[in-house]
Design a binder for this molecule. Structure first.
Ligand SMILES: [Zn+2]
Length: 114
């Protein structure tokens, strides 16, 4: 479980946001999380709830998670397909010559503060 590390990394970034924008309190943070990212949303939320209490500017803030679907691209037939049901094998032509286009993301997309 590395979600706690992820949360501390997020808090570092949020502290920079806070300083640069001179905000006192962060209301909510929206992150984009890819479907095949190794971060587990439920653990992330738990870690967030624990960590936010240790920082005045984050107390009571909400963590919102937007999931991004995983999409793989096939280099042989040049089609895109859903990663989860198919894995690394293209469902159109059976090729394994494929790579993940999206689905591994972990980004802070929006921060609401005042
Ligand atoms: Zn293919």
């Amino acid at each position: 479980m590395h979600e706690l590390g992820v949360v501390f990394h997020m808090i570092d970034m949020l502290e920079k946001v806070k300083e640069e924008n001179e905000v006192e309190k962060i209301e909510s943070v929206t992150i984009e999380l890819g479907e095949v990212s190794t971060v587990i949303p439920a653990y992330l939320t738990d870690c967030w709830k624990w960590a936010r209490e240790k920082y005045d500017f984050l107390k009571g803030s909400e963590l919102l998670i937007e999931k991004l679907p995983a999409v793989t691209f096939c280099e042989d037939c040049r089609q895109e397909y859903e990663t989860i049901p198919n894995g690394k094998t293209c469902p159109y032509c059976g090729s394994k010559n494929t790579f993940l286009l999206q689905g591994n993301e972990f980004n802070i997309r929006e921060v609401e503060a005042w």
